[in-house]
Design a protein around this ligand. Structure first.
Ligand code: ADP
Ligand code: ZN
Length: 209
């Protein structure tokens, strides 16, 4: 199964990708994670991507297209894969088509902007161990302190409200047109994201059948 997960930042693509990956035993390819790793290890690509990412803008197409092309050529992708966060623009989708990759299904997880803003602006992450919390839905026992390692809880720069708004604007402008693109290929299915991971998972799994 070659699957694309579409949806706004914060719609829960990453979480659902993890679940599907275990159920179907195929790898998830998250361009966001790959770029963050490159950034951490200080590669040239990481340095190039840094300013775009931190401001909520998209990294240039040719950079991400290159990453994905190399990644899907690896052995573990031969039985299929889940693309999480790619393609995000029409040129990226066209590049995928011209690589000859035959996508089976494009699953769009729909969540309203207001809900996303609320979710993302409450997200906190432990500076030390990376565990994530939410000020409303998943608070730490002591405010601002990690339950696991007592590290400080911080807000990721790209989760700050102004950046979230920029990311949503970018999504509507650059990524949402992909729904029509894949609908025209007869590959699009829409799932309405629910309040809990479990409830959304049920719908996602049903859509995969
Ligand atoms: P989210 O889905 O929450 O926005 P990601 O982890 O998928 O987060 O992506 C974080 C950032 O990485 C994006 O805001 C963008 O700058 C960059 N990025 C990830 N995937 C792509 C892509 N396909 N094209 C361009 N930029 C990307
Ligand atoms: Zn911690």
């Amino acid at each position: 199964m070659k699957l694309i997960l579409l949806g706004a930042p914060g719609a829960g693509k990453g979480t659902q990708a993890e679940i599907i990956s275990k159920e179907l035993n195929i790898p998830t390819i998250s361009t966001g994670d790959m770029i963050r790793e490159a950034l951490k290890s200080g590669t040239e690509m990481g340095l190039k991507a840094k300013s775009y990412m931190e401001s909520g803008a998209l990294v240039p197409d040719e950079v991400v297209i290159g990453i994905v092309k190399d990644r899907i050529a690896l052995d573990d992708c031969k039985n299929g894969f889940i693309l999480d966060g790619f393609p995000r623009t029409i040129p990226q989708a066209e590049a995928l088509d011209s690589m000859g990759v035959d996508i089976d299904l494009v699953l769009d997880i729909e969540v309203k902007d207001e809900v996303i803003v609320k979710r993302m602006s409450g997200r906190r992450v432990c500076e030390k161990c990376g565990k994530t919390y939410h000020t409303e839905s998943k608070p730490s026992k002591i405010e601002g302190v990690c339950d696991v390692c007592t590290g400080a809880l911080i807000q990721r720069k790209d989760d700050q409200i102004e950046t979230v708004k920029t990311r949503l604007e970018t999504y509507h402008k650059e990524t949402e047109p992909l729904k029509d693109y894949y609908d025209a290929q007869g590959k699009l299915k829409i799932v309405v994201g629910k309040d809990t991971i479990e409830a959304t998972k049920e719908l996602v799994m049903a859509a995969l059948k």
